[in-house]
Design a protein around this ligand. Structure first.
Ligand code: AR6
Length: 185
């Protein structure tokens, strides 16, 4: 499914984000930036060890040894990935507080897009941030994700955004969310 918005495009696909050929892919990381399971593990495995080395340097030099805060984003090279860059962001852990989680999830998408644009990137693939290990219900997360992306694209000339869903079920949930938001607009 593909829609045009303000000269930009938003696509929903089913696929593996490590195979995407957009200039950047987004990693649903954790604050340590040292890798993990899920999509984070898959991205680090496909990119190779140089990725974690660059993440370590970012932790030490740019973050003064601290964790990357929830909702923030940093950028690295893509190393062995087809994508040139990886944007690492941290989504919220779902703890049942809808408003707090929503704000943080929205920030994760928005800050990733802004960081991409600041680096001259015009195409990016996102996974479904927070809906795996972090347990954010997909029916809620999909609406927040799509709204955040659409808001950004309506205000900016960015290019191409791809939401790479890992199952048909997730794809259908995101598709419904996109269709209902388009109807409301
Ligand atoms: N391509 C696209 N989507 C994928 C892939 C892939 N190769 N692999 C998994 N997914 P998760 P989170 C989907 O758990 O909830 C990690 O340990 C997956 O099916 O990866 O934000 C980090 O280090 C799900 O729909 O991320 C953090 O500690 C979605 O990606 C924590 O998990 C997100 O699931 C982050 O948890």
């Amino acid at each position: 499914m593909k829609v045009e918005l303000n000269g930009n495009s938003l696509e929903l696909i089913i696929g593996d984000i490590t195979k995407q050929t957009t200039e950047a892919i987004v990693n649903a990381a954790n604050g340590t930036l040292m890798g993990g399971g899920g999509v984070d593990g898959a991205i680090h495995l496909a990119a190779g060890d140089e990725l974690v080395e660059e993440c370590k340097r970012i932790r030490e030099d740019d973050l003064d040894g601290n964790y990357l805060l929830t909702g923030r984003a940093v950028i690295t090279k893509g190393y062995r990935l087809p994508a040139d860059y990886v944007i690492h962001t941290v989504g919220p852990v779902w703890e049942g507080n809808r408003e707090v989680s929503e704000e943080k999830l929205k920030s994760a998408y928005k800050n990733s897009l802004q960081l991409a644009m600041d680096n001259g990137i015009g195409s990016i693939s996102f996974p479904s941030i927070s809906t795996g290990v972090y347990r954010y219900p997909v029916n809620l997360a999909s609406k927040v994700a799509i709204k955040a992306i659409i808001d950004f694209l309506e205000e900016n000339q960015f290019g191409r955004v791809v939401l790479t869903l890992f199952s048909e079920k997730d794809f259908n949930t995101y598709k419904e969310a996109l269709e209902s938001i388009l109807v409301k607009n």
